[in-house]
Design a protein around this ligand. Sequence first.
Ligand code: CTP
Length: 403
Amino acid sequence: MSRVVVGVTGGIAAYKACILVRLLRKSGIDVHVISTAAALTMVGRTTWEALSGNPVYTETTDDAANVTHVRLGHEADLIIVAPATANTLAKLRAGLADNLLTSTILAVRCPVMLAPAMHTEMWLNPATQENAAVLADRGFQIIEPASGRLTGADAGIGRLPEPEELCEAVLCELGGDTSLAGKRIAISAGGTHESIDPVRFIGNNSSGRFGVALAREAHRRGGEVTIVAANVDSNVLKDARGVSVQPVVSARDLHDGMRQAAERADIVIMAAAVADFRPEHESSSKQKKDGTATRSLDLVENPDILFDLAHHRSHAGQMVIGFAAETGDGQSSVLEYGRAKAARKGADLMVVNEVGTARGFGNVDTAITIIDAGGTVHGSGQGSKADMASLVFDTIQQLQENM
Ligand code: CTP
C-alpha cells in the first residue's frame, strides 16, 4: 500500500482537499494529512483525522519523540500540497522550515507535487511565477491551477483543479513502479506462539513490522501479496491494506499456511520468527503450582519451514528468501552466523539483520546485509523498515534479472 502525505495550506480551496483525501483512501492509499495552522482555520483537525484515518500534525514539535517531520517524509511515497498558497510556494523556494509541512518537504526524497491555488493576480505576480518556476526546476511537480470562478466575485486562473483530477495525477505518479505486476509474493511475518496450556505459550519478541513493510513494498510495486501473520498486532497489520492476510498462531500453522501460499508464489519470504521448539504435550487445562521449586518442560523440535520451502519449490524459478536475526557473540559476528545459516537453509538470499536492544525488533531502525547461499554479499543498508524492505526487493529483482 502506498503512503501519501497531503499537505494543506491556508487557502479556501482546502475544502476540496477533503474530497482528495477521501478519493485517495478509496484507492487503497494510506493518507497522512499535514495541515498548516492557517489551514486549520479553514477545515478543522477532526475532519482531516476522520477522513484520513490518521492523526494530523501541524508543528515540528508535535509528536517530537518520533521526529515526525523526518519519519513522515521518509515513509511517504509521495507528497501533494493542495492547495499550495503563494506564501507556501515562497517558503519552499527559500527552503524555510517554519512548520511541519515545510520541514517535512525539506526532509523528503519522494516526489512532491504542488497544486497552487490563489487569486489570479497573486498567481500571475512575477514573484509567484518565479517561485513556481524555480521549484519546477528543482524537481517539484507543479500542477497548473485551473481557470474559473474564484473565492470572491472574480474569475480567472488560480482555481485548485478538481479533486478527481488531483487524485488521478497522484495515482499516475505512484503507478511508476509496476516491477512486480503479475507476480505473487508469499511473506510470513510475526512470531509463533507454542502453547503450553490454555493461558501460556512460548513466544518471541517479533512484532511483524518488517514482514508488513515487505508486504507493503511488494504491493506498492504491483505484486499480489499474501502475508501469513503469526500473532501480528492489528495495529501493525493495518499498514498492510491491499494485502491478503492469513492469521496463524503456531509454527505448525505457519508451516501449513506458507506451504499453501508458496504453491502459487513467485517469491517466498520467511520473515517470521519461528520457535525452534514446542512443548511436547499441550495441557488442556491450566497448569498449577505443585509446591516444587523447579519445573521442567519437554520440548520437541518444530519443522524448519524455510529449509522445507527452499528444498521443495513448487515450480522452477521460484525464489526463496530467509531472514537471520542475529546478535553475534564472543565466537562469531552477526555476518558469520548469517553466512553459516545461509549455507544451511538453502534459500536464494538471506537477509541478515542485527537485533538487540536498540535495533531490529519493534518500531526501531534496522541494519541488514543480504547474502546468497554461498555467503556473497548482494546488498546492505541501514534505516527504516520501509527503506530496508525496498532494498530487499531491489536485491531480489536484481538477482532475478541475472538468473
Ligand atoms: N525458520 C523457519 N523454521 C524454523 C526456524 C526458522 O522457517 N523452525 C526460518 C525463519 O523464518 C528465518 C530463518 O529460518 O527466515 C532463520 O531463522 P532463525 O530463527 O534466525 O534461525 P534458526 O534456524 O532458528 O537458527 P538459530 O536459532 O540456531 O539461530
